[in-house]
Design a protein around this ligand. Sequence first.
Ligand code: ASP
Length: 326
Amino acid sequence: MRGWLLGFVAMLASCTTMETPVAKPQWTLLIHGGAGVMRRAEMTPEMDAAYRAGLNDALEAGSKVLASGGQALDAVEAAVRVLEDNPNFNAGRGAVLTREGVAELDASIMDGRDRRAGAVAQVRTVRNPIRAARHVMEQSGRVMFAGPEVDKMAAAAGLEIVPPEYFITPRRKEQLARAMAGAVTPMDRYGTVGAVAMDSQGNLASATSTGGMNAKPPGRVGDSPIIGAGTYADNASCAVSATGDGEYFIRVSVARMICARVAMQGMSAEAAAQATLDEVKALGGTGGVIVLSHDGSTALSMNTEGMFRGHADATGKREVGIYVDD
Ligand code: ASP
């Protein structure tokens, strides 16, 4: 009788301390449209609405792929293409310009199933640089190409080619002029785009695309096309896409470092993102990351005043945000 009673008490105790496992949604998609100084006071209602609509369009494109049982890789490419085509974001059309007034675009993509990766830098005529990155991953047997060879390779592969002026918008010309006159406003600095996804098979993928930094010197390449810095995906740990001061993100190997913390220290997406962004901050860098862990945990983290971001999943969740307290 006594043994039975003790057993019963032990069972009750274990029930109260048992953690309820968080159910992984069947699929998840996170996106970002760049981190930086975003102030409600400086954002007009029209701009605010246009950014939110752009983020929703990207969530829609990626979610459509995932909801119909498609692959994470196709979903991140679809979401990033929509953001590249939207002139409000710093990628594809509407990218920031080099000191010489040219758009030099960088992009990368990674498949968490086998860690295949593709990256391109200094693209000048490919409408969707993320497609060129995927082409490199799937067709070249290499990981990264830079400069005019990328444009030639993309044209030969039948990707859509546009004149360099296609990417240039009046707003970016004004931002460049301000930078050249030494009168940059805080809101002039943000906009890289990215996506991470987990599909219904549990596979992870990640993609990032950017015009880099406003008024960058020609030839400068940031973290976005660097596998392990701006982009990383591995089914055994996590998928990451980053945005921020590229030089610092490269020096900290941000994307790989977050995944290493998840895999080796068992950290949640949020904890790993925070620890790594703290390292960036300690060196003097700012920015943000989106992280999707193999355990389903997610993070949309920043050490800035805001980050254009969105989250959609199979439970019907669909949220977009701009400011840090959104
Ligand atoms: N990380 C990008 C770069 O350094 C810029 C950004 O995310 O805003 O090229």
